[in-house]
Design a protein around this ligand. Structure first.
Ligand code: FAD
Length: 500
């Protein structure tokens, strides 16, 4: 039977596109290689605990937020979650900074914790919020960027307004350039704090981050960060449930191994040899995976080239999954789910020197039995070092020890309260999420102009679409989901700019 659309993958991008199309009455089949939904935002269960595989911080559910609007559009109930006032404790080598959602509390925290340049930091953040507000309005219009067709170009034009055009000078500046204008680049604690935040959102530090991308990232917590019961997998499952209710068909453990086109019809083949036919293919794996799937004759039409793609750098993740008794916590930190550790000002913010520690909250029995907590820890790592089989196990042990030592320094009884611990590496991510070489989190911005080098969700091969964190607007649950929404808009031939 000819399907209207086949979605390959159930990450945030794929499940968004699938749910929207099914809701609009399209006959959709979703094929997922893993036995779990969600890719980098998925979950797994061990010894009575549920662990988030990667992503943990919920965003976009504030009033008017992108994921809130998605759930409204789908008429789906939003999973239980809590908007956080105190989002994260950031442990710098000589101070702890609490990231408050409320701007006034945040400014007060800046005054308390950064003894130098307080007025400049305040002025810098005022600019961050002002610019991000304008950008947010543009992103919400869901114009495909860069435009691949004349109609996409006109949609983009219609999405531009005077305020947005006023941001043109920022296009030629990195975030470091802006920080330098505010005289902040020599303030080591503040720069380390900013770079730590950027690593977790933009995947790079201020020097390589386009200023506009950095501003969006630095403003996002003040819009709203959420603790989602059972983790971000609960959001994926809510979207999947809505998809089923709308009549969408889902097949887990169905890895797609080839995509070919005959006339206007695509054939999608799985590892088990099943062949499915469709008018539209939506690929939610990273764009660089396309070369191993798409028939070679069509490679020429793609805007990306295989050799260049292989060399493009992206981070891998080293993860630690820990089930523990929470008595190691000190009272002021027990109700904060997210903790960022930075051990040294001198070392790069990766490979265990910087990591995010996300902890389930008291009473969240989706994650852990009463009286226990599920913890997911992640640090950025260079993927290349994990493919040497001989060094693999010792390296894993070394990273595990380094991270647990850092936590013990902050919470002295931590290691004695651990019930269960497991590590994940780029090898694990490749196996469970199909990400080539274990590269996660989208591409690393390569400098001030990298916003202009984004890949479009439109592959330029008729009927083939991309969504997920390697295409515009980029990484994270919000960016990935938004690209899925853009693809659904395009297939439906409806765009918000047309007022439809
Ligand atoms: C450690 C870590 C921490 C993170 N923390 C956060 C966070 O706190 N907040 C946040 O918003 N974001 C976070 N992110 C980023 C976020 O998780 C990702 O950007 C986002 O989830 C990626 O979604 P995606 O749509 O690109 O799909 P992916 O997550 O890449 O999923 C793609 C899916 O497609 C399937 N697939 C691939 N190829 C095939 C095939 N051939 N056949 C069938 N199925 C296939 C895979 O199995 C997978 O399920 C984190 C990422 C990592 C790795």
């Amino acid at each position: 039977m000819l399907k209207d659309a086949i979605v390959i993958g159930t990450g945030f991008g794929g499940i968004t596109a699938a749910a929207l199309l099914a809701k609009a009455g399209y006959d959709v089949l979703t094929l997922e290689a893993a036995s779990e939904l969600g890719g980098c935002a998925s979950k797994f269960e061990r010894s009575g605990y549920r662990f988030s595989a990667g992503a943990t911080v919920g965003m976009g559910f504030e009033e008017g937020g992108m994921l809130k609007r998605l759930f409204e559009e789908l008429d789906a109930p939003i999973p239980p979650m809590r908007k956080l006032d105190e989002i994260m404790n950031v442990y710098l080598p000589d101070r702890t900074v609490t990231y408050f959602s409320d701007k006034e509390r945040w400014y007060k925290e800046v005054m308390d914790k950064f003894e130098c340049d307080q007025d400049r930091i305040h002025a810098f953040f005022e600019e961050v919020f002002k610019v991000a507000e304008i950008l947010q309005k543009f992103v919400e219009k869901r114009a495909i960027f860069p435009p691949a067709t004349v109609s996409e170009f006109f949609v983009l034009l219609r999405s531009l307004d005077v305020k947005l055009l006023g941001l043109a000078p920022y296009l030629t500046q990195s975030l470091q350039d802006r920080l330098s204008k505010y005289g902040l680049t020599k303030n080591k604690p503040f720069m380390t704090f900013i770079n730590g935040q950027l690593m977790d959102s933009v995947q790079t530090t201020a020097a390589s981050s386009p200023s506009l991308l950095g501003y969006m990232a630095l403003s996002i917590f003040h819009k709203g960060a959420f603790y989602v019961e059972g983790g971000l997998a609960s959001i994926i499952h809510a979207l999947a449930e809505n998809y089923h209710t709308s009549g969408g068909e889902m097949r887990l453990r169905h890895k797609v191994v080839s995509i070919a086109k005959q006339g206007d019809v695509w054939t999608v083949m799985t590892k088990r040899g099943q062949v499915f036919r469709t008018k539209q293919v939506i690929m939610n794996a990273p764009v660089h995976n396309i070369f191993s799937l798409l028939e070679p004759e069509l490679h020429i039409d793609l805007p990306l080239k295989e050799e260049k793609e292989k060399q493009k750098y992206a981070w891998g993740a080293f993860t630690l999954y820990i089930g523990a008794d929470p008595s190691f916590l000190i009272p002021e930190s027990s109700s904060i789910p997210f903790h960022q550790f930075i051990s040294s000002y001198e070392s790069p913010l990766s490979e265990g020197n910087q990591f995010l520690f996300s902890m389930s909250q008291e009473g969240d029995t989706k994650f852990a039995p009463i009286g226990k907590r599920s913890i997911t820890i992640s640090t950025h790592t260079n993927v290349d070092k994990w493919w040497d089989r001989e060094k693999y196990d010792s390296r894993k042990e070394e990273y595990m020890e380094r991270i647990i030592d850092s936590i013990d320094k902050r919470f002295p009884s931590f290691s004695s309260k651990i019930d269960i611990k497991m590590a994940g590496t780029p090898v694990t991510f490749k196996r469970y999420t199909q990400r080539a070489d274990g590269k996660v989190g989208g591409y690393i911005p390569s400098g001030k102009y990298s916003l202009l080098k984004n890949y479009s969700p439109n592959s330029r091969v008729d009927g083939l679409w991309f969504c997920g964190d390697t295409v515009f607007p980029g990484a994270g649950s919000l960016g990935s989901s938004l690209s899925g929404w853009m693809v659904a808009d395009a297939i439906k031939g409806k765009h918000p700019s047309y007022g439809m």
